[in-house]
Ligand binder design. Sequence first.
Ligand code: GTP
Length: 256
Amino acid sequence: EAAAKRIITFCPELDQVLGGGIASGQITEFCGVPGVGKTQLGIQLAVDVQIPEAFGGLAGSAVYIDTEGSFMVERAVEIADACCRHLQRSAANSGDQAKQQSASALSRDSMLANIHYFRVRDHVEQLAALQTLPNFLQQHPQVRLIVIDSITFHFRQDFQDMALRTRILAQMAQQLMQLAEDRDVAVVLMNQVTTKISGDDQTRLVPALGDSWAHAATSRVILFWQDQTRCAFIYKSPYLPARTAQFHITPEGVRG
Ligand code: GTP
């Protein structure tokens, strides 16, 4: 896993606990309460995946599957602008020609064009979108990231038939893992949490969607509040230690 290509973020501490960034070829799931920043992080990653190779990035593009309608173009513009500014400044200061060339090619418009946006309004559309992805990725080989924000939404609202839900979730998990592995893309899933009171009266945040879904992602990260600060905790991973990173949401986007 250490050899996986990774999407670097503007949050060094987060990159560090993730083993160097968001891994390609794997599924990373972020779980957290409303407002903790899942959508902000999703938009940020769709920009971060485009960071040029001269800066240690993947120079890729992103597929963004929006199930909640929470993606905001104005916010993506802000985050893309901030990323361009940051890289152009850093290139100018470095005197590195490769950096200067790749940074000057970046623009808000190219960054937005490299976010392939799909809005899915119910679980049937969600499944249909996943079915089209293998073809889409074949036609768009630059795609290095798939974000689904959130995986949960249509399965909490519509679902009475739990057996069907379990079957669909298992199928989605398998499709997503196959996409991640076959095309070496990073799959990032946003999930909600439920609050459980444990035996010692402590409240614990538990990812939604139940026990069988718990195996869907390679790594699970819980986003939570500690006092006034946002934190990301490695909750489950076959290779990452259980560490916590702090992050902030600023006008520029998600930062360390
Ligand atoms: P749900 O979608 O409700 O589950 O929440 P979420 O975890 O996706 O939260 P989201 O990413 O929407 O984060 C919401 C928080 O991000 C807000 O409370 C703000 O603190 C911050 N935020 C959202 N938009 C902006 C923005 O344009 N500028 C800044 N500085 N912060 C923002």
